[in-house]
Design a protein around this ligand. Structure first.
Ligand SMILES: Cc1cc2nc3c(=O)[nH]c(=O)nc-3n(C[C@H](O)[C@H](O)[C@H](O)COP(=O)(O)O)c2cc1C
Length: 272
């Protein structure tokens, strides 16, 4: 039986899920005509790298149903390097900006998002990417560039600690960490923004699954991460911006797929 404290938290969680239904008639900051927050975060450094955008060169599986049917969570990776074009494809399909609506009112992207607020930023640790120094990076969706933030010492230990010791993720080629800037959504949706935010991040992650699968890579959503370690990695303040979901991506093989079929057997071997 859950304790009274946990029962109260469960009730609170259920109320949160119903939070579009409170009937509070209070105007949001948008309705009050308060200034809109920036659509994207400014660049953090002067080290931008532009990304290739010609995806015709990628062997993308064009059979949509096949990709959907193939999709699983992949936790075993071959450690083969991925290319900059593959990285670019993953960033484009999850957060790429297709156009800007109105006078800088909203970005329209490759994923749907409540009110087109697009309240996420994408950071990543590059581990095995052709032409990229190992380290921490930030995606700049307006220009489809990435920026190098910093090198990382003891990379495997850092990744593992940030993901509650899920060591299998250290074999990925790239580990994406999505942050949320809640006010981008709160400005429009006030107290029920948070429910929308959780729906929105699901769309981003689902595109990561589908896009990875379509080019022979694999991912697995990670909700069990150490938020404070992740936030510190990318200098997020933990209040106005914090980590919301993680997604390691690596190349996969038929042999790996066989190993993954027995997930629990695989977990027993991950320390070996
Ligand atoms: C929001 C979310 C968080 C998840 N967190 C983890 C995680 O921390 N570790 C993990 O191994 N799998 C995680 N998963 C993967 C699920 O375990 C997986 O999707 C589920 O077992 C179904 O398997 P399938 O994706 O292969 O269909 C997560 C999935 C989602 C959607």
């Amino acid at each position: 039986m859950p304790s009274e404290q946990v029962k109260a938290l469960i009730r609170q969680g259920r109320e949160f899920l119903k939070s579009n239904d409170f009937g509070i008639e209070e105007m949001s900051d948008q309705q009050l005509r308060l200034p809109q927050p920036p659509l994207v975060k400014d660049k953090m450094t002067d080290k931008q790298i532009s990304l290739p955008l010609n995806f015709d060169e990628l062997p993308i599986d064009q059979n949509f149903l096949n990709v959907i049917n193939k999709r699983v969570s992949h936790r075993v990776y071959t450690e083969k390097k991925i290319t900059l074009l593959e990285l670019s494809y993953l960033l484009w399909t999850t957060q790429g900006v297709k156009s800007i609506r109105g006078n800088n009112y909203a970005t329209l992207r490759t994923v749907p998002c409540g009110g087109a607020r697009h309240e996420f930023e994408t950071y990543f640790i590059a581990k095995h990417i052709e032409g990229l120094e190992v380290g921490a990076y930030h995606y700049l969706p307006m220009t489809h560039e990435i920026e190098f933030i910093k090198s990382i010492d003891e990379i495997d230990e850092t990744i593992s600690k940030s993901l509650e010791e899920q060591k299998w993720a250290t074999k990925a080629s790239v580990i994406f960490y999505w942050s949320v800037i809640p006010y981008r959504s709160e400005w429009r949706y006030s107290y029920f923004a948070h429910r929308i935010i959780l729906v929105d991040i699901g769309h981003v992650c689902q595109n990561m699954y589908i896009a990875s699968e379509s080019i022979g890579l694999g991912t697995c959503a990670i909700g069990a991460f150490d938020r404070i370690i992740c936030d510190t990695l990318f200098s997020l303040d933990g209040e106005e911006e914090f980590t919301i979901l993680v997604s390691p991506v690596g190349s996969v093989s038929i042999e790996n797929d066989a190993l993954e079929k027995d997930f629990y057997a695989f977990l027993k071997t991950q320390d070996e």
